[in-house]
Design a protein around this ligand. Structure first.
Ligand code: PRX
Length: 646
């Protein structure tokens, strides 16, 4: 995997960048030696109603566990993302919206954004939403998604955005977990020329969960959707009746800003909770530093707002930095595989940030669809979500960037709020496939399974030894689960769940998850969730799910399925099971391979030996290890024999 070739910082970049090599070294040192002074100074980038005097109050120890940043500070996120820019930037474009069809685009100025967000905030208030209430958003990539997030922030409500690709069941589970009384959705979504029945999905979800009193329905396609009297409200009508001015609620820095559900290695998805001051600071600071961002530059992060990348780098980071953020409703291959690059040319995008899975899919289409476009406006490329293989890195660098653009490979997680490990374009020499070095203030360690700290060039589990302002604060409603998941494996340290190698230059190379989470096209999926969905099917007795290498998706989903007695294994049943998982969780969870397993390899105490299942799925049949401790070693031989058929 590793590639020793070094791509040094160019003289132009060293010259223009906000942070050069010396600046990076100095900032790391300052953050280590005097964290309070360092972060207090850095946090002046935000507009505070009351500036914080207590900067960091953190302990990762069980006895006095706490994570608090800027705790006596008071601010409002919407103010920071909109109002404070108005005196000088009222007419600057805040959101450049590019619809699914290339003919459909719109520029929304900061002045317009203010009016729209205020209106939506007033509609929420009129529906009885108060500070601290949870509001579920189930929306396509339309400007109203950003308005809704900012409207919640403006009045102190806590948003929970659920990706539009999730099923009614998944949506219901998330509504229930945070007890939302209001859902904001659209009639339909539109992606790649296909419609997504969002409102119908909400209706189906609400048959399974009670407590939702209001569904606000935004018009996107104009489809004729069923409206439940007394519950469903057409947004346009409600918005026409309210003022376009709404004051900002003063929020404590540690008041919740949003919940975002993400998959873990066990159980149901966790509600990752981020708070107001630390999160906004981190989104804004990292956006400026990593992308060397200047106000007004056209920044395009291709992520959906249903994921954390969309929260931090479509909405909060760029808008806090007086940016112009491009919001794309569509997909990379519609109407043609040149779409990304055509959008870059159309809107003169300067910074482009996407996921390796999209690059690998486009790479397969050859260079011509890229080369037929100019891309002259680009000055920086970014990657996020999964390890980028050196081959994809080089294609991105040479074909998309014509060898002239640095690539920032940014490692982070839903839990981290924003980027933690990444090159800085003016400070860090690049190595294809490495996320390189931690940002100032981020203290990494590699440890072995027993928690021994590993020094020098080595591989181990990636932990973080101290807090940073953007760190998640808890699992919504379950402090114990928060502590147990992240702080119990290695006491006093945050465990990322990732394996990692550090090379002789101290560069970090993320090797992927070491827990039962798989990363499918840059999206996290818990194997336990897919297993639960499979065993809900009438014909399934047992299921075990693992990841396996996939050319485009990075990892694919490989499911071993044991059928109930008397049920015949056949291809139509495979299709039915795939369809069943899509329905239960959503299309992103659909298994790529189903392996009929008469039995699963288990220890005598009944624990499934996932290590062996992973090897078989990877088709690495030479090193299955010792199988003699299995309750029935013959099971493995059966699976190996039938591997070829999958
Ligand atoms: O395994 C790492 C991988 O994605 C996981 C986090 O997933 P999620 O919370 O969905 O957030 C994705 C977007 C930030 C990590 O534990 N990951 C993310 N970025 C990278 C990565 N792996 C390697 N290189 C990256 N740049």
């Amino acid at each position: 995997m590793s590639d020793p070739t070094l791509y040094p910082v160019s003289p132009e970049w060293a010259e223009r960048a906000l942070m050069d090599k010396a600046g990076y070294g100095a900032a790391r040192q300052q953050a280590q030696q005097g964290p309070d002074a360092f972060w207090a100074q850095a946090a002046t980038r935000l507009d505070w109603i009351t500036a914080p005097t207590v900067i960091k109050n953190v302990s990762f120890d069980r006895a006095d566990f706490r994570i608090r940043w800027f705790e006596d500070g008071v601010l409002n996120v919407a103010w920071n993302c909109i109002d404070r820019h108005l005196p000088t930037r009222r007419d600057q474009t805040a959101i450049l919206w590019e619809g699914d069809e290339p003919t459909d685009s719109r520029a929304i100025t900061y002045g317009e954004l203010h009016g729209q967000v205020c209106r939506m905030a007033n509609v929420l208030k009129a529906q009885g939403v108060k500070k601290g209430d949870r509001v579920t958003l189930y929306l396509p990539m339309i400007p109203e998604a950003a308005y809704a997030m900012l409207a919640c922030a403006r009045i102190g409500a806590v948003h929970s955005v659920v990706f539009g690709g999730f099923s009614p069941d998944s949506l219901a589970g998330r509504i229930e977990d945070c007890a939302s009384r209001i859902v904001i959705t659209a009639d339909e979504g539109l992606r790649g020329g296909k419609t997504i029945p969002l409102k119908a999905n909400v209706d189906a979800a609400l048959e399974r969960v009670s407590g939702v009193e209001t569904v606000l329905v935004i018009r996107r396609t104009g489809a004729d959707v069923a409206m439940v009297a007394g519950r469903d409200v057409a947004y346009a009508e409600a918005a026409a009746g309210v003022s376009d001015d709404c004051p900002c609620e003063p929020m404590n820095a540690e008041d919740p800003l949003f919940i975002l559900y993400t998959s873990g290695s066990t159980g149901k998805p966790k509600g990752v909770l981020h708070t107001t001051g630390g999160y906004l600071f981190w989104a804004s600071w990292t956006h400026e530093l990593v992308f060397d961002y200047r106000p007004g530059e056209v920044f395009w992060c291709t992520a959906d707002v249903g994921w954390v990348t969309g929260h931090s780098y479509v909405v909060y980071g760029p808008l806090a930095n007086a940016g112009t953020t491009l919001m794309f409703e569509g997909v990379p291959n519609y109407p043609t595989v040149s779409r990304f690059w055509e959008v870059v040319d159309k809107h003169k995008v300067e910074i482009f940030y996407t996921a390796p899975t999209a690059l690998r899919a486009l790479m397969r289409e050859g260079d011509e669809p890229v080369k037929s476009t100019s891309r002259a406006s680009l000055r920086l490329l970014g990657s996020v979500g999964e390890p980028i293989n050196p081959e994809a890195w080089r294609w991105y660098h040479e074909v998309v960037g014509e060898g002239r653009l640095p690539i920032v490979d940014t490692w982070w997680q839903t839990e981290t709020g924003g980027i933690l490990v990444s090159p800085l374009p003016g400070a860090t020499d690049l190595k294809p496939g490495s996320a390189t070095l931690p940002l100032p203030g981020v203290e990494l360690q590699l440890v072995d399974a027993e928690g021994q700290v590993l020094e020098g060039a080595t591989s181990g589990n990636l932990v973080i030894t101290d807090s940073w302002p953007g760190q998640m604060r808890t699992v919504y409603g379950d402090d114990q689960r928060f502590f147990d998941t992240y702080f119990s494996a290695y006491p006093g340290k945050y465990f990322t769940g990732d394996g990692c190698r550090r090379d002789e230059d101290g560069y970090y190379w993320i090797t992927g998850r070491v827990d039962d989470v798989i990363n499918v096209s840059g999206h996290r999926m818990g194997t336990a969730e897919v297993e639960s969905a499979l065993v809900l099917h009438d014909d399934v007795a047992e299921a075990a799910v693992v990841g396996f290498p996939h050319d485009i998706k990075g990892q694919g989903i490989y499911a071993y399925v044991t059928l109930n007695k008397g049920v015949e294994a056949h291809d139509d049943l495979k299709k039915a099971l795939v369809a069943h998982v899509r329905k239960e969780i959503g299309p992103i969870a659909a298994p790529d391979a189903i392996h009929w397993a008469p039995g699963l390899p288990k220890t005598r105490s009944g624990k499934i030996m996932r290590r062996i299942l992973r090897k078989i799925a990877e088709n690495d049949l030479t090193s299955l290890g010792d199988t003699s401790t299995l309750a029935d070693p013959g099971v493995v031989d059966d699976l190996v024999k039938t591997r070829a058929q999958h």
